[in-house]
Design a protein around this ligand. Structure first.
Ligand SMILES: [Fe+2]
Length: 298
């Protein structure tokens, strides 16, 4: 029997089966799509998903995977599936790759081995966060776009574009993106500034969402406003307070799978000390569209 319940106070849902024989591939793809459009995050639990099934499940809902060349591949999935291997520390809630023009529609997590303690994945609804920010902070981010600064050494852009890529290829790729300005150093590394709004429209609903990477990036001061002015500390403090209040934690169980709308939900992580923890993830573009009535109704 399948049960659907809310995750904390968010719109996110947990789809759970108490039947150990339940096969996740027996769930209706059409029904999951509709649920996902309305709730933005689904945790599948009790289906005893295996890592080998992970890509196949995500493929049912995806037109393509978006590679993440910073992370180590978790298997032979041609760069689609990655191991979460960024240390064991706390990671602030953020939308995936929102500091770049390569932001995916969805983030997928699969828990192979849960940590004995800690290591919960955090998530927060960007629509809720936006609605709870003060008018002053809202106006600040509505009137000023943000600039995210990236320094990309040669080895990194070669990993992304291929070993034989040249600076001409780099320029061609970067010139194709909106909001990107860059300079190239004598050592052929690229300093890139990506300008975008902190407020995005959700893919399924066209609602305002504070789905961005600001809090995660401001620790290293790699994010400023487009006019090169800093983000005021008071605004950062307010955003953190709202996010902390609305953040929900997923305590992983082995075989859990989570599907996240990256235009709506932010995700992060609690600290952990158990080195056996194994979570893999994938980023993808989704293959299903906004419902007709939603398009027409807004
Ligand atoms: Fe992330």
């Amino acid at each position: 029997m399948i049960k659907i319940a809310s995750l904390g106070t968010s719109t996110g849902k947990i789809v759970e089966t108490g039947d150990s024989c339940s096969d996740i591939f027996h769930l209706s793809v059409a029904e999951i799509r509709e649920l996902f459009k309305s709730c933005g995050l689904i945790l599948f639990r009790g289906f005893a998903v295996h890592q080998k099934q992970f890509k196949k499940i995500a493929e049912q809902f995806s037109s393509k995977f978006v590679r993440d060349d910073v992370k180590i591949g978790a298997d032979s999935s041609e760069g689609a599936i990655h191991l979460v291997n960024e240390g064991m520390g706390y990671i602030d809630p953020h939308a995936e790759a929102a500091t770049t023009p390569l932001r995916p529609d969805a983030v997928w997590f699969f828990c192979d081995v849960s940590a004995a303690d800690g290591g919960e994945t955090l998530f927060g609804d960007g629509v809720q966060v936006w609605s709870e920010l003060s008018e002053e902070v809202k106006q600040l981010f509505l009137t000023k776009k943000n600039k995210f600064i990236h320094n990309i050494p040669v080895a990194n852009w070669k990993r992304f574009l291929g070993e034989n890529a040249t600076l001409t290829d780099v320029k061609k790729a970067l010139n194709s993106f909106e909001g990107v300005k860059y300079t190239i150093t004598d050592e052929q590394s690229v300093t890139l500034g990506y300008v975008c709004s902190a407020v995005v429209k959700t893919k399924y609903g066209n609602d305002d969402s504070f789905g961005n990477g600001i809090i995660n990036e401001q620790r290293t001061r790699k994010v400023i406003f487009e006019d090169d002015s800093p983000i005021p500390d008071a605004a950062i403090d307010e955003i953190k307070e709202v996010m902390d209040r609305l953040t929900v934690a997923i305590s992983w169980q082995s075989g859990d799978l989570v599907m996240i709308d990256n235009s709506r939900f932010l995700h992060g992580r609690q600290t952990f000390s158990d080195s056996r923890r194994k979570i893999v993830f994938a980023n993808s573009m989704l293959n299903f569209l906004v419902s007709f009535f939603l398009k027409m109704g807004r």
